[in-house]
Design a binder for this molecule. Sequence first.
Ligand SMILES: NC(=O)c1ccc[n+]([C@@H]2O[C@H](COP(=O)([O-])OP(=O)(O)OC[C@H]3O[C@@H](n4cnc5c(N)ncnc54)[C@H](OP(=O)(O)O)[C@@H]3O)[C@@H](O)[C@H]2O)c1
Length: 332
Amino acid sequence: MGAGAIGCFLGGKLAAAGLDVVLVGRERLGAELAASGLHVTDMEGATQTAPASRWAFATDVQAIAPCEVVLCCVKSAQSAEAGALLAGSLRPHAIVASMQNGVRNAQVLRGELARQEVLGGIVGFNVVSKGGGAFRQATTGPLVIEASARSEVAELVDTLRRARLQALARADIQPLQWSKLLMNLNNAISALSDRPTQELVFKSEYRRIVAAIIAEALGVLRHAGVRPARLGPLPPGIYPYVLRLPTPLLRVVARAQLKIDPEARSSMWEDLVRGRPTEVDYLNGEVVRLAAASGTDAPLNRRVVELVHEVEAKGTGSPKLGADALWSALNG
Ligand SMILES: NC(=O)c1ccc[n+]([C@@H]2O[C@H](COP(=O)([O-])OP(=O)(O)OC[C@H]3O[C@@H](n4cnc5c(N)ncnc54)[C@H](OP(=O)(O)O)[C@@H]3O)[C@@H](O)[C@H]2O)c1
């Protein structure tokens, strides 16, 4: 549900593994897939073409009615609408897993889908839409589904593994989602600077910005009593320290822990470039909200949210701020 970068990548992997997949998306994507087919490429550069007999594309959510499992892949602002549409189509007891960033999408979907089993989820890697029906995984990371007593959920995780995804079921989904949110705070920096993820990680002038907004968020979480759980190879509490390492040392740590394709870019960057609203309110904005609710402040993340909204309102794409200009704008 919401076939875009993540929906098409996951749907393509599942169809290539022999499952029957229905992709619900917009007309323009349907035309692209009809013309070019659906192709998914992993971190090793191996491309699989999903057999046309295994997937169908629809703009009408009714097409999803017979499905047993739905992966919800719309942007956070569209969750309530997607949930309401699914409620009118899905059979009772179907499983709906939110594969979205942010910490409250499953809760929003549950508000609409009283009769279905809604699970939180995390896509711990980046996917780039290449055009021509091609979707490429661009960083390493796991795929997490909220654990459940329902046997179909264990089956789903097994199926995702068969589809060559590093899938796991975890009960502590909210603490893990907070960890992912900490990593996603850099999405706005990517969108405002127009720099690829590799540059944000390996150039110290951008890294100090990312480290500062993550350190601020960690302070807010501590103050509010929220404990993020370890999602990747490093505990979330040390992200700022790692980011503040000298670049040669950071390269050694990163080489052992994380692969980043030169093409990796955040979906928030893509949103700004395409003139679409971003998810900043659900990422940096979530930190600002938690700070306010727990009687503290998050001035850097608040400024990030303001800057992104100013740029969205102009509709002229990324402002391509250099590191110094961005640092001044955030601290001004
Ligand atoms: N991209 C990544 O690398 C990545 C990685 C991890 C997690 N995520 C998360 O995954 C979620 C999806 O991200 P994405 O990058 O895949 O977004 P995306 O490329 O924008 O895909 C979502 C698609 O769903 C469509 N859509 C929304 N409502 C619909 C409806 N009712 N019917 C049919 N189509 C509908 C959207 O169309 P319109 O734009 O026209 O509304 C859009 O084409 C986000 O929460 C994101 O943060 C993304």
